[in-house]
Ligand binder design. Sequence first.
Ligand SMILES: [Zn+2]
Length: 344
Amino acid sequence: MISRTGKYICTFFLALALVALPSCMRAETTTGTQLAAATELRLGIPIDCDLGKDCFVMLYPDRDPGPEAVDFGCGRQTYDTHKGTDFAIPDAQAMARGVPVIASAPGTVLRVRDGMADRRIRNDADKQAVDNIECGNGLVIDHGGGWETQYCHLRNGSVAVTQGTKVETGTVLGMVGNSGLASFPHVHLSVRYQGAVVDPFVGPNAGPGCQVDRHPIWADNLTYIPTGLIRAGFSGEAPTMDALWDGDFSDSSFNKDIPQLLFWIHAYGVLKGDEIKFRLTAPNGQVVAESQQPIANPSRSWMGYVGKRNTLERPIIPGTWRGEYQLVRNGSTIIDVSRTIEIR
Ligand SMILES: [Zn+2]
């Protein structure tokens, strides 16, 4: 499970002369006000990657005005009071290689912060350590006409603009990181119009909830994909969620003396009632592990695996092993993954 607080986010940016400027987002998740010319801003995605392949939208703005949480697609890929869209990358290794955060529209940088460590939030002590600096390394861009975008959780030392920098759509602002209140590597994009949070998938004139007319302000049509694969692979030991976000278990081959062979999946947006199917097949075509089970509890970030022990009677033989996984919802296959690994 993702450990993120549902608290009201209120960030402080250190301006020049070391004056702390509070930048508190308003409590309402949307504005019902009629806004003239408000829909003229068009946003590119804030990350330079192939969406759906190298990166994905992990969490959406919360559209529920109360203590529940709902995304614009009436799904659960959000949490209470979440005010932005989280564009995630698969793991810390991708983060270390570097994925640029880019400006969503032309404008002028209002304020920046850098110098905070990249550290996944795992417990309450981690959360308290970033109290009032939840955005981590980030910046705000003024687009004029009352529009602002804010980019959060950038990699320590990567912020490439300063206060007053003029940017165009696509200008590199820094790198995707894991600073501030973030439990996975991503860039959080908040959009505000006249200080009020705007859900870019819906537009500025909508009321609360998910049953509303949508006037998205993205320059390109972004498909709603509330469930998908983060990463899949093999390991010789049981993976943990931390290890998967760290980028461990990316081996492409193993020696035949490993104690066990596991095929694992890391996925997002797994719902109660989803049917999970796993299969592990040996090089000789024999199915050595197979499971099919319904999901009992929903997970915004989910991990599972099947495997086989290495025994004298039934050894892990050299050759190409295959792992297969399907997530089926209401009869439709949502995720269908197959991976192979060489045993030497
Ligand atoms: Zn976020």
